[in-house]
Design a protein around this ligand. Structure first.
Ligand SMILES: [Zn+2]
Length: 483
């Protein structure tokens, strides 16, 4: 099981937090380990302005990624994407986040390999934005697949939030006790509580290993929180309010003795993870290398296998590394162009296809197609995808609206039957449950439950963010480990 050690380095308000990041980077280096520092754009600029070349140099010896441009400053990512659709949302994300990427690259002297959202923030447009910026990995996504961990979403490599350990337990629930801590932030300075947490942490790693998880992000703590008693952003940015620079509140410091104790226990924590747990520690760059792919080629046999599975289950399944539902739809339309000739074709190159950008009307009633009309629909869908690299929202035929999932399943049935019998039935019948993969509904629910709160404005409406997350579930597929 692969793992990284990651540290969100975000507090641009408190100068003393720079020092702790330096200590953490040095201790990792002394122990022969390389961590991942997720640095906020504004924090990188603050380090430069405060003349902390020593901190910049020490962090640059590890992997440095981007942890948003402005973190908790309003509007946060979910706030500025609240009223956005897909294309305007991607443009807005690039406008707001590219300056952070630029600052981190310039200040640390290397183009970042990953990006992660702040707090409970989320926007599916980040996946598409990162693809355009050539940043390969979106960390801690609010997406997942049913079987597997590292996956592709909106054309970008990612892994689910739940694969960050330690599990914060009941910390966020009403009946949390003093034993429920958030990561290691507030526990490293307390020997007794730390030893107890270390044991449960080791158990969580063991459990993930036993379940066959391929990758875990060991999200250690936030360096600023090792020295501060309060969250720098909670006291300044709560409920959607932006303070002016001269009104910044400084979080009170922990006693010096506790900070020193925390650094001693930190060394124990990382050496314990290195020596006592079944993880292979990697840098994030190495991890991306392990999962990245240069090209995907599929044969007719692959397409028939995937079509048959879709036809048998009636599912737009997201568990096949060879193609996402969006990409399989495109492959099916290529087959439909000339069903007999396709068999003589060699390997087909799979190109990324985006999910639809608007919801199609749901059509739960059964529909039936004769082959010529289905072929006509497939031809139009194929032309649309070629032009736009995206699944069409809806197609019209003789006054009725055909959603993309209806077309997908009708083509899957047609190919499954054709490969068995060498001919088409008189009618191809199809009944779909939803116009998006069924996992899309789970993702949407997760957005509604987990994005509001944190420092967000109290009336944040996440409906559009949830909708676009669900629509882009068309792009989900597992990442494949390079052998
Ligand atoms: Zn953060």
């Amino acid at each position: 099981m692969y793992a990284i050690l990651s540290f969100d380095t975000e507090d641009y308000i408190t100068p003393e937090s720079d020092e702790i990041a330096l200590d953490v980077a040095k201790i990792l280096w002394e122990e022969g380990l390389r961590g991942t520092f997720n640095v906020v754009g504004e924090k990188a600029r603050a380090l430069l302005m405060r003349g902390r070349q020593d901190v910049i140099r020490a962090l640059a010896q590890h992997d440095v990624t981007v942890h948003t441009n402005l973190h908790s400053t309003h509007p946060t990512m979910s706030e500025y994407l609240e009223d956005k659709g897909w294309e305007d949302g991607v443009a807005e994300w690039l406008l707001r986040e590219e300056p952070g990427v630029k600052s981190v690259s310039e200040i640390f002297g290397r183009y970042p390999i990953a990006w992660n959202a702040a707090g409970r923030g989320w926007g599916p447009q980040a996946g598409a934005g990162l693809r355009r910026l050539g940043i390969p990995l979106l960390q801690s996504s609010k997406t997942h697949i049913r079987d597997g961990d590292v996956h592709w979403f909106a054309g970008t490599l990612t892994y689910p939030m739940e694969h960050a350990l330690p599990d914060c337990g009941k910390y966020y629930e009403d009946d949390a006790s003093d034993d429920d801590y958030e990561w290691f932030d507030d526990i490293l300075g307390n020997d007794k509580a730390f030893e107890k947490k270390l044991l449960s942490f080791a158990n969580q790693i063991e459990e993930a290993y036993r379940k066959g998880v391929g990758f875990v992000n060991l999200c250690m703590f936030h360096p600023t929180k090792l020295r501060s008693l309060a969250w720098w952003d909670y006291i300044n940015y709560m409920d959607g309010v932006n303070p002016s620079r001269d009104a910044y509140k400084m979080p009170p410091a922990k006693p010096q003795e506790e900070i020193e104790r925390a650094l001693i226990n930190f060394r124990r924590l990382i050496t314990f993870v290195r020596d006592q747990t079944p993880v292979q520690l990697l840098t994030l760059s190495e991890l991306v290398g392990v999962y990245s792919e240069t090209e995907r080629l599929v044969s007719l046999k692959d397409v028939v296998e995937m079509a048959t599975r879709a036809s048998d289950t009636g599912e737009l399944f997201t568990e096949d590394w060879r193609a996402s539902p969006a990409e399989l739809l495109y492959l099916l339309t290529i087959w439909a162009e000339n069903p007999n000739a396709f068999a003589s074709m060699g390997m087909e190159h799979v190109c990324f296809v985006e999910g639809p950008i608007n919801p199609a009307p749901e059509q739960y009633q059964a529909m039936s197609f004769e082959w010529p009309s289905l072929q006509n629909l497939a031809n139009r869908a194929r032309e649309f995808i070629r032009l736009n690299q995206r699944v069409p929202t809806v197609l019209e035929q003789n006054g009725s609206h055909i959603g993309p999932a209806t077309l997908f399943l009708a083509l899957a049935h047609a190919l499954a039957l054709f490969s068995l019998k060498g001919s088409f039935p008189r009618k191809i019948q199809v009944q779909v449950g939803s116009q998006t993969p069924s996992i899309g509904e789970e993702l949407s629910l997760d957005v509604h439950q987990n994005v509001p709160g944190w420092v967000h404005k109290p009336d944040l409406d996440v409906s559009l963010i949830a909708l676009h997350t669900k629509l882009q579930s068309w792009t989900l597929r597992p990442a494949r480990l390079k052998r």
